[in-house]
Design a binder for this molecule. Structure first.
Ligand SMILES: [Zn+2]
Ligand SMILES: [Zn+2]
Length: 307
């Protein structure tokens, strides 16, 4: 390759260097998601479902705004996590404050009036569960065991856990969180990404961030690299087309020949994308890639697998 055909490498001044990790914005993450669900629902064959997911996101926003003080890791625990390159709020072992069950009740109460009959029955059943049963559902979500009995209840449980972890991640901030050795898991909670987003941060465009399915933290990963197995060869992209053959350029699936996994990639420079909402509005792309033999490398917790 001649020098003239190479992409020019522009040195980044330290003052404008993009952040490696971006904490969730508690004031807007769920309200923006709700707005995106509502926008995507218009004219969509799954519009009613997407609008309902928008209502869940609105309820998450309200619950997060009134989330009380949380018992967060102290400076010694943060130091230990940093030194051992461990996430400070690990999904599977952080002693989650029981307030999350009140968040779950608040979300269920808020969405009941707009729920369709099957969802209303699910919510009534969930509200009748005792604490032990609800905690058992939380364990399934946090261990990504999303199939099996009562799988239809898991998205509501996940919605409440997302509020808790997002609130904790936002309050912890990113200053004391370090990148992990494993690039494909969240440096804040160790959970998997729901999708990646290409965005402009400061003056730098075309940056890729993986977006945590649980705590909404984002972390940088170079483009054209599989987030699941770290290889760069054999990464390709697949997009949906509308009836006129126009490609959906707001979201594509990034597939990897090496580990046969995929994750969607949303382009914030093309539309007001939200990784969770845009992912669920493109289930057709999911089916296409699944049928081609790839399996998803990170979950969308608002989706009931096979539901
Ligand atoms: Zn996370
Ligand atoms: Zn791979």
């Amino acid at each position: 390759m001649s020098a003239s055909s190479q992409t020019p490498v522009i040195p980044i001044k330290s003052s404008s260097e993009p952040p490696h990790i971006i904490a969730p914005d508690a004031a807007s993450v769920f309200s923006r998601r709700a707005a995106r669900f509502e926008q995507l629902a218009d004219g969509h064959s799954l519009g009613d479902w997407l609008r309902f997911l928008g209502a869940i996101s609105r309820a998450q926003h309200a619950a997060l705004q009134s989330l009380p003080a949380l018992d967060l890791p102290d400076s010694a625990q943060m130091k230990f996590a940093r030194e051992h390159r461990m996430p400070p709020l690990p999904a599977q072992s952080w002693p989650r404050p029981v307030i999350w069950r009140e968040v779950l009740r608040a979300i269920a109460t808020a969405i009941e009036p707009v729920a369709a009959e099957p969802a209303r029955k699910d919510l009534a059943r969930l509200k009748a569960f005792d604490a032990e049963a609800v905690e058992a559902l939380a364990e399934r979500v946090l261990h990504t065991e999303l199939y099996g009995d009562e799988a239809a209840l898991l998205p509501y449980v996940a919605a409440a856990l997302q509020v808790l972890w997002t609130g904790a991640a936002a309050r912890l901030g990113v200053a004391e969180i370090v990148a992990l050795d494993v690039p494909g898991v969240c440096p804040c909670c160790g959970f998997l990404p729901v999708a990646s987003v290409i965005r402009t941060v400061g003056e730098v465009s075309n940056l890729r961030y993986l977006h945590c399915a649980l705590c909404n933290t984002e972390w940088n990963l170079v483009r054209l690299k599989c987030s699941a197995c770290d290889v760069t060869d054999g990464v390709t992209y697949c997009a949906l087309q509308d009836e006129s053959g126009k490609e959906n350029d707001a979201i594509r699936a990034e597939t990897c020949e090496s580990c046969k996994s995929y994750l969607k990639i949303a382009y914030a420079e093309k539309a007001a994308v939200d990784p969770v909402a845009d992912d669920l509005a493109t289930l057709a792309l999911e089916i296409l890639v699944d049928e081609a033999g790839y399996s998803r490398s990170g979950p969308n917790l608002l989706l009931v697998p096979g539901g």
